[in-house]
Every structure is written in structure tokens, then in C-alpha cells.
Design a protein around this ligand. Sequence first.
Ligand SMILES: [Zn+2]
Length: 279
Amino acid sequence: MVMTSTGVNVNKLPVSEEEHSFGTWQVKYKQSHILHSKCTETSSENGCPIEGSDKLCIFCKFSKEVSLPHLPDMVFPNNLLILKHKSGATIEFNAMDALKKVQHGKMNLKIACSSEWKEARQDTGLVDNEIGSFDWTFSTDYCGTLSGEWVMQNCPDVSINWDRLKQKDKILFFHELTLFEDELHDNGISVLNVKIRVMEWGFFLLLRYFLRVDGVMIRANDTRFYHEFDADYIVREITTREAKISELNIPPTAMADQNSLVPEIPLRRTVIEKLVLKK
Ligand SMILES: [Zn+2]
């Protein structure tokens, strides 16, 4: 039985989807079970035949497109959140695009704790050169998939209106989806999730990649989308937080609560962009 960190049995999740319209926006999500751990179409070691790749099973499709030697324990290939504006501009969140951004091939960065990790992983069947050839923490700087016509401006003159978000406005729609999760073989957690809330006046969305390697380090890559329906743009704020656990003065018991932990991690980078919608 595979359970998420919040105790959900992911093998039993039914497929669900919902679609809502809010003025000029359509918001849709889909969610379903985790990726199978092997090809579902053939018992051959090579998986689905490569010709006619549109016919690949979802496992083979992932293995082909995401060239990592090892995928997270739990990948939700069918979990999608899509926001579509009437102009055709679309923002989408999915696991495949996020995993494509995990570093692989020749690693440029040396991961500080890879020797501890290697030791912990000795019985997993992963060989040394696999551990050195990709980022086994699955760190991703994915900040959503944009398509359609957008005008992007690097624009520090806009910002998220936190005061407005703190008002207790009625929430018309809320949803949260996990895109992938890995417990680093009991050495911590690596998880990517996205949540959205829609109010009468606009929407707010948080995509968070969170990593904790127990006793070693902690990282949060957050992307926030803030939109007021009467504006012609969306504010996208991208932040990177990272610290060694030894640099933080946080009791071990507080380590599990992501929401209160993240603001305590030193901020390393902030990028604010204005995504302008065409009329
Ligand atoms: Zn297959």
C-alpha cells in the first residue's frame, strides 16, 4: 500500500475532475492514481515498442520523456491543474514538465550530502554512477507551464497584495494537488504540490517544491500567481529558500510542519514577473 505523507492511500484514488468558470477564466483540475512502477502493456523489459510513441503506456511515456535513471516513489501523471483565459493564454501544472527540470546527465553542482545519501541508499540497488548522474532530491525550479499568448515583463513595480489575501473573503473554489513525492528512503521528503483558491475578485495559487534531507538541509522553491480579475496581468513571484539544518534554530519536532517551517528558511532569491494578458 502506498500512502502519501498525509496518509492517503494513493492506489485507491478514483479519477476525479472538475471544471469551473470564473468570468473570463476557466479553472479545471484532474486527479488520479500514481504512476505504475513498470510498463502496463507488455512484460518485455524494454517496455512498449518505441514506434508510434503516441501509443506508449503512461509509464513508458514518462520513462522516455523524463530521462532520469530513477523517478520519485510517487508520481501522479494524471494530476493536472489548468487555468485558461478567454484570450487562449493558459497556465498548467503537471508532473512531467516539473520532472523534466530535474538536473541529470553530468551534474554541475555537487550535492553537499551525497555521501550520507549514498550510504543510506546502499540497499536500494542504485549503483554509484546513477547516484552521481542525477539530482536524487528531484529538486525542480519548475514554475508552471505557460502557453498561448503572454507578454512577460520582469517587473518589480507589481507585487502580491497580501492585505487583500488576508481579508476573510468568501472562497468560491479551493483545490490542492500533489504532483510528485519521494521520502528519500526515509531520509526526509521531496514533494511538489500546487494549491489554488478563487475568490470573487481574483485567484491566488502556490506551487511549492519542498525538500528536507533529515539532519542535512532544507529547501523550498515557491511560485505564486496572484491575479485580480479586473487587471490585465498576473503577478508571478518566484522565491528560493535554502539552508543547512545546522544553520537553523528549529526544534526537530517543528521540522514536519511545512507551512510554519518555510518562512523560517533564509530567502536566497526572489523574482517578480508581470504576465500580461492579451485582450
Ligand atoms: Zn509501456
